[in-house]
Write a protein that binds this ligand. Structure first.
Ligand SMILES: NC(=O)c1ccc[n+]([C@@H]2O[C@H](COP(=O)([O-])OP(=O)(O)OC[C@H]3O[C@@H](n4cnc5c(N)ncnc54)[C@H](O)[C@@H]3O)[C@@H](O)[C@H]2O)c1
Ligand SMILES: O=C(O)CC[C@@H](O)C(=O)O
Length: 399
């Protein structure tokens, strides 16, 4: 197989892929436009933030697996991949600690004006007078939106700072909050109005786009900090800009909507004109520790695929087929048995949606489970059962 790596992965990961016997094409500086015209040979594509568009997917005839070496998958056109039966997988949680560390770093930096301290120092200015006005973090309430892998790591670290935590997450119950020793909020607005620092850790999708709305931001206390290390689209960025311009709040952002695709070069952003915002260069995941952990997970996904045909962390699998019937056929393990069962179903225009076949010790017998979109008639069932040299039993289950 050919594995195309369209982003920077550690050298160790490239060697591991080669050691799997794969033909590896390593393109660490690839951009979306490099991929848009398609990859003629690639069977597997590994990316970090590089955009994998519909055009790339539709013009890559041999592509069967896309691995996101990271958590968020909004840079991959998953619908286009699903339409062509291409697996999409990611590496969740492997960079969560790194992002949580940056989150705490942004909070400390805002409180102590660390960015400005350094800029003034390099410019030959001593400014203890201005930078001695930090508030301190102990006892400040941290609001967390999204208690997933990163949100959980942030909570752990906030507690070590002596910061009480109030959180909202779609699956956070009062009981779970009690177990985590945090305060449960009924809504994002409630968190925003009660916290001193609001940090967002949601995945971006149709439901979460713009979820940190103008209204949510307006609920923040005067002097509050807003931290975003998730995705720019989670927040109404125009509303955020206006709040920051008014000087009412401060922000630490690792993600902004005009983030350049290139890794190094000149660029402009409206946030550059504001003193009360620190923008880091989308480096949440970029510690050596996290990159090694993510890359090793990505290689492991490829290993499972090429060696066992299994895709770990498969994201675009249909969770529920809605198949109303399941046919379980225990059978002798010999050629044509499943084909004969499928032929019976085909003649009745019944579609098999998911099919698994497992084999018993001794390799004499096997069991095939088939999910069906319609009920086979008693004649079909009888016909399947009649082949006694092939079929041990055939059972129909309504799901
Ligand atoms: N700055 C960086 O470099 C960096 C690195 C890693 C991840 N991220 C971003 O952080 C996000 C979170 O990462 P994670 O590892 O914690 O992921 P995760 O899957 O563990 O957590 C995602 C959270 O989003 C919530 N969520 C998802 N869909 C939702 C919906 N429709 N409504 C309400 N809540 C919803 C989940 O319930 C969960 O709490 C990623 O999706 C990615 O965009 C950024
Ligand atoms: O790979 C990166 O540099 C960023 C990854 C990060 O945004 C993620 O979602 O995992």
């Amino acid at each position: 197989m050919t594995v195309f790596v369209a982003d920077k992965l550690p050298d160790e990961a490239i060697s591991e892929l080669e050691n799997l016997g794969q033909n590896v094409i390593n393109h660490p500086t690839a951009t979306a436009s490099d991929l848009d015209s398609g990859l003629s040979d690639a069977n597997v594509l590994i990316v970090r933030s590089t955009v994998v568009s519909k055009s790339c997917i539709e013009n890559s005839p041999n592509l069967s697996l896309i691995v996101r070496a990271g958590a968020g998958v909004n840079n991959i056109d998953i619908e286009a991949a699903s339409n062509l039966g291409i697996y999409v997988a990611n590496c969740p949680g492997k960079n969560a600690i790194a992002v949580a560390e940056l989150t705490m770093g942004l909070i400390v930096s805002l409180d102590r004006y660390l960015g400005d301290n350094v800029v003034d120092f390099k410019a030959g200015k001593w400014n203890k007078a201005t930078y001695s006005k930090a508030d301190g973090l102990y006892g400040k309430v941290l609001g967390v939106i999204g208690v997933g892998q990163i949100g959980s790591e942030v909570i752990t670290r906030a507690k070590a700072f002596g910061m009480p935590v109030i959180a909202w997450s779609r699956s956070l119950t009062p009981q779970k909050a009690e177990e985590l020793d945090i305060i449960h909020a009924e809504s994002i607005e409630e968190v925003a109005s009660k916290c001193d620092i609001l940090s967002v850790h949601l995945a971006i999708n149709n439901q979460t786009k713009g979820i940190i709305s103008k209204e949510v931001l307006s609920k923040l206390k005067d002097g509050a900090y807003f931290i975003n290390t998730s995705r720019a689209g989670i927040v109404d960025e125009d509303a955020l800009f206006e709040e920051l311009k008014s000087g009412r709040i401060k922000a630490g952002l690792d993600v902004i909507s005009d983030e350049p695709e290139f890794k190094q070069g000149e660029f402009t952003s409206r946030f550059q004109e504001l003193d009360n915002v620190y923008v880091s260069h989308h480096i949440g995941a970029s510690t050596k520790q996290a990159q090694l952990a993510v890359a090793s997970d990505a290689v492991d996904i490829v290993r499972g695929y090429v060696q066992e045909g299994q895709v770990r962390n498969w994201l675009n699998r249909c969770e529920h087929t809605d198949a109303p019937w399941q046919l379980v056929v225990r059978h002798y393990d010999k050629p044509g048995v499943i084909a004969n069962v499928m032929n019976e179903l085909k003649q009745a225009d019944i579609n098999a949606q998911e099919l698994t076949n497992v084999i018993f010790e001794g390799k004499q017998t096997a069991c095939c489970t088939i999910q069906l979109d319609a009920e086979p008639s008693s004649e079909i069932m009888k016909s399947i059962r009649t082949r006694q040299d092939e079929v041990i039993s055939a059972t129909l289950i309504q799901l």
